[in-house]
Design a protein around this ligand. Structure first.
Ligand code: GTP
Ligand code: SPV
Ligand code: MN
Length: 608
């Protein structure tokens, strides 16, 4: 094994020791250190082994085990040595209980396989947060390597010369025997554990996305959120990050923001302006899933995207909704599709919403489970062809609107912080908030709708604070205090806003707002508000644009819906305040400023 490490030029002795240890535990047959430059060879090996299928020139297709197609929140655990770290959402367990359990599960579990060593950086090299960014993922799964090469900066050089050679995240991934793990049963054997105060991630029993690409969610979000708090230096959030340039004034704005999983971050980050606004405005992509935020030397809030690729939801991606996404996955991009539908004869891929109707000629088409569409029984014939969580994985330099400076380690100054859930009523298109505690309070009460009575009270949200519910690594009260502390240190406060692209007509259920490219319009208003160019209309829950203030040039949506989109339903809001109180009461140590913000909003609603 040492010869494999030598041959790859892996010199960091702390990393070598870690690799030796886990190679011993997992019983892997051999060890291979990988860098991004190994991609073409690994792709060929995966094609030869049938782990990948060709999907056109420079495009690849993979299928994950059918019971392993999304993150598992129930099986995800944050472990530490301090019971005070237990929060409402982090499934906290003692580190002393979890480490031996995972080591036991992993013992001998990679026998007969190669253990790949993936040295990575979750940040552009040279970032002020670089000391939190280095990691080494060990995995026994080649497709995981191919995904990590796309999602992170990968290479031996990134970890050989760390300022502190021991300061890297230890991230061990063992796939396990996927057919015998009891996924979703009382005898579920999967464990996805982040031992946050030891910067060690141990994931057993999946090869999919956030369960297996450990640099991305487990390190980039959970571990980094913990590190940011423990060091007192930064925030790590499930946020997108975009630039909006006004070509007329030359002004550049940067907006970041949280939307719960599958609620529109990738689409917003890849947004092309509506045609009528394209001459004047340009939207650039910095990040679509994670942002690290800190206060720079000049007292402004700065943000970077620690990732190097996009792992985007395929569903409903088409020429109208997201032409940028289609460009970023075209031939020659080396994109990897997962769990979409695949044609074994023509090598085409398809997903729901790619075109209005699925391909008419069923010949060769297989659904996401690999079953022939033409052979479907009468009762299965309307089942989706692609899994609703099927995805594409592409590198940022394939994204046509990627910002010219996306690799700049210094990040970009943040002008606005937005939150947006899927809310069928109550939440207007946009409401702006200028007060810090009220902005943080708004993030903490972000939610997406409960869709069935069994999952929650009708009309009540499944709260997802700051869109971090599945990634929360420490106590929520401490988390709120950390937000107030970091943002409290900025000289130029970003403006906050809550947005909602998903309001529905109560009668016929259609989306009142066309969404996608039109989402630029409310964001332009927000930046104008920040600049003092518009005043909006004060309400109990924030400032709302007037119809006249929204730039509606070339708007093709129904302007009759705007009245409802730009209004608040005071009765629904009063009801919501009671739900919020119950939600916030779950959190220990919630800062008094947050409660004060809550009471202020409640009082304003009572008086409205
Ligand atoms: P994760 O990668 O899971 O964190 O998701 P995300 O927040 O990046 O969500 P994404 O942009 O991939 O969108 C998820 C789904 O919402 C897709 O099916 C989109 O087509 C749909 N969607 C995104 N933006 C809009 C919008 O403005 N309006 C409507 N109606 N749907 C949208
Ligand atoms: C999410 O679920 O929010 C994702 C995809 O961004 S995963 O990497 O699977 O977490
Ligand atoms: Mn996400």
């Amino acid at each position: 094994m040492d010869s494999a490490l030598d041959a790859a030029g892996l010199q960091n002795e702390a990393v070598r020791e870690y690799v030796r240890y886990w190679a011993g535990v997992t019983g892997a047959d051999r060890v291979e250190v990988v860098s991004a430059s190994d991609d073409a060879r690994l792709i060929q090996e995966a094609l030869d082994a049938g782990e990948l299928l060709p999907a056109g020139e420079g495009r690849y297709y993979s299928r994950s085990y059918y019971k392993d197609t999304a993150r598992s929140e129930e099986r995800t655990i944050v472990a530490t040595n301090n019971p005070e770290d237990k929060g409402v959402y982090n499934n906290w367990r003692p580190a002393s209980e979890m480490k031996p359990l995972l080591e036991d599960l992993m013992t001998g579990a990679s026998a007969g396989k190669t253990m790949y060593v993936i040295p990575y950086l979750m940040a552009p090299p040279g970032s002020p947060l670089e000391e939190f960014a280095a990691g080494v993922e060990l995995t026994d799964n080649r497709c995981v390597v191919l995904h990590m090469i796309r999602m992170a900066r990968v290479g031996v050089d990134l970890i050989n010369n760390l300022a502190n050679p021991d300061s890297f995240v230890r991230a061990v991934h063992v796939t396990g025997d996927l057919e015998n793990l009891g996924q979703g049963t009382p005898d579920d054997k999967r464990y996805f554990v982040t031992v946050a105060d030891e910067r060690t991630i141990l994931h057993f029993g999946s090869s999919y996305g956030g369960n297996a690409l450990l640099g991305k969610i487990a390190h980039g979000l959970r571990q980094a959120a913990y590190d940011g708090w423990a060091s007192g230096r930064f925030l790590s959030e499930q946020f997108m990050l975009i630039g909006i340039k006004d070509k007329k004034t030359g002004k550049d704005y940067h907006i970041c923001g949280g939307f719960p999983s599958a609620s529109g971050k990738t689409n917003l980050a890849m947004m092309l302006p509506p045609d009528a606004l394209g001459d004047r405005y340009q939207v650039s992509f910095y990040g679509d899933d994670i942002a690290w935020l800190w206060v720079g030397d000049d007292g402004r809030l700065y943000g970077i995207n620690p990732e190097n690729g996009a792992f985007g939801v395929a569903k409903d991606t088409n020429e109208t909704t997201n032409p940028t996404a289609l460009e970023s996955i075209k031939e020659g991009t080396d994109v990897v599709f997962t769990n979409v539908a695949y044609n074994e004869k023509t090598h085409e891929v398809w997903w729901e919403g790619r075109t209005k109707q699925p391909p008419a000629d069923l010949d060769g088409w297989l659904d996401w489970k690999g079953e022939r569409i033409a052979d479907r029984s009468e009762e299965d014939k309307d089942a989706p062809w692609a899994h609703p969580n099927s995805r594409f994985t592409t590198q940022l330099d394939n994204v046509p609107n990627v910002a010219a400076d996306y690799n700049d380690p210094h990040g970009v100054p943040i002008d606005g912080i937005i939150f947006g859930g899927r809310t069928r009523d109550r939440e207007p298109l946009i409401r702006a908030i200028t007060d810090l505690p009220e902005g943080v309070y708004d993030g903490l009460t972000l939610g997406a709708e409960a869709t069935f009575a069994a999952e929650g009270v009708e009309g009540q949200l499944r709260y997802d604070p700051m869109s971090m519910r599945p990634f929360m690594s420490y106590d929520e009260g401490d988390y709120a205090a950390h937000w107030l502390k970091i943002l409290g240190g900025v000289k130029e406060m970003p403006i906050f806003a809550h947005v909602n692209w998903f309001q529905k007509d109560p009668e016929d259920g259609h989306f009142l707002w066309p969404g996608y490219r039109d989402n630029l319009r409310p964001l332009l208003w927000l930046m104008q508000l920040k600049e003092g160019e518009v005043t909006g209309r004060e309400t109990a829950v924030g400032i709302i644009p007037t119809k006249e203030e929204l730039n509606l040039d070339g708007f093709e949506g129904d302007t009759a819906d705007l009245d409802r989109l730009l209004d608040i339903d005071v009765e629904r809001w009063r009801q919501e305040m009671g739900f919020r109180e119950g939600h916030l009461k779950q959190f220990d140590r919630l800062p008094e400023e947050i409660w004060e913000a809550h009471r202020r909003v409640a009082k304003a609603l009572d008086e409205a």
